[in-house]
Design a protein around this ligand. Sequence first.
Ligand code: ATP
Ligand code: TPS
Ligand code: MG
Length: 338
Amino acid sequence: MPGTRLRDLSEGELLARIFPLLHGTTGPAHVHLGPGDDAAVLAAPSGAVVLTTDSMVRERDWRDDWSSGHEVGRKVVAQNLADIAAMGAVPTGLLIALAADPRTEVEWAVELTAGIAQAARAAGTPVLGGDLSSAGPGTIFVAITAVGDLAGRPPVRRDGARPGDVVAVAGTLGRSGGGLQLLLAGRGRTHLDPRPDAGASPLERAVDELCRVHRTAGEPPFAEGPRAADAGATAMIDVSDGLVRDLGRLARASGLRVELSGRALAAEAAGALTDALGADEALRQVLSGGEEHSLVATFPPGGVPAGWRVLGACVVGEPGVLVDGVEPDVLGWDHFRP
Ligand SMILES: Nc1ncnc2c1ncn2[C@@H]1O[C@H](COP(=O)(O)OP(=O)(O)OP(=O)(O)O)[C@@H](O)[C@H]1O
Ligand SMILES: Cc1ncc(C[n+]2csc(CCOP(=O)(O)O)c2C)c(N)n1
Ligand SMILES: [Mg+2]
């Protein structure tokens, strides 16, 4: 029913459109009760529950002329699953809250739910329920709460890094931030653009890749969180607001300085990012680009798991992040001081 708006349906009618999309996510045995009652009921396999919430707001976290509802759904799930992974945990369930202007097309809410369900299914995570509310003119607010389980592992916190530990990353850096730069500059690719065909130039393919990561968060390395925990990670965080800003949080919590290698960072900037943005802006995005939800962690020397790339080390010193001994001239994202 394209053109039908939320105000044309009752809450119950909208839920009747949404529930079938979630079928197939609620299979796991630890789900005692899924959506439909006042609350869901989950087993807590290892006696501790990991909880996080992360939301997206139209115009602040996405724009309808760039991203589809489906892409927003995938991205808001990725943000939450990355926070669960960054504790060394695996996700066991998701709750969805949606508040939207009644003029919003029903099709958009259905697409959002389909995107959420696709990402939930890919991660083997049940959608347990949620809430609906209306919002003021133009406003759409999507919040997800994620539940996770540590399977007996101790949580990997931000404050456990020790001098001498190695700093390493799983997943890419700067791609989402690079995509945002391209979209803001009018050089980006939106959900409305056709995808480049096989004959597209390397530049077109690079632009497409960066914008796709911006619109969806790409494929963050969720499974690397528990893997890093098992390998003895001493501290971990997902990169949501930019490498320097998020590592700065880890450094301050742990009371030490993180020294990054300019050479390692230049290697991160090589490829699609440099093809699309040039070397200087590519490096800036590696340092400051958020929303890609890669994982950075600290490991005792010799303990870096295969597939993680070393970026630097922890040393005794004033808490903060330096690149080749110099404080980098980047800020990263802050919602209240963009
Ligand atoms: N409104 C709030 N009320 C209570 N606690 C909050 C609130 N907002 C954030 N926090 C808590 O503050 C801490 C830092 O929040 P922040 O959102 O920066 O972390 P995060 O979830 O890792 O970030 P990101 O969403 O960027 O990955 C978290 O422990 C979070 O639970
Ligand atoms: C329209 C539009 N303008 C700006 C941005 C950039 N942006 C929004 S939130 C965020 C950091 C992560 O947030 P959180 O810490 O809440 O997970 C960034 C880099 C965007 N995505 N869309
Ligand atoms: Mg986080």
